[in-house]
Unconditional design. Sequence first.
Length: 70
Amino acid sequence: MLDSKRVGLCARCAHNRITTNRRGSQFYLCGLAMTDPRLRKYPSLPVLRCEGFELDVQSNNQGRENESHE
């Protein structure tokens, strides 16, 4: 997975899905783009501002757990 500085908001968004092609390249797919025409299906990274961003509580909690173990 790409680091959050290179990805931006998508790294912590509840709507993102990481897809991988046959060559091993990874892309961030916006699940919300399927129903919201304002959003791009595969946004250009890093995403610094997004109308559909919702913090993924699970990924946020995992990040905090990882920080506490360092």
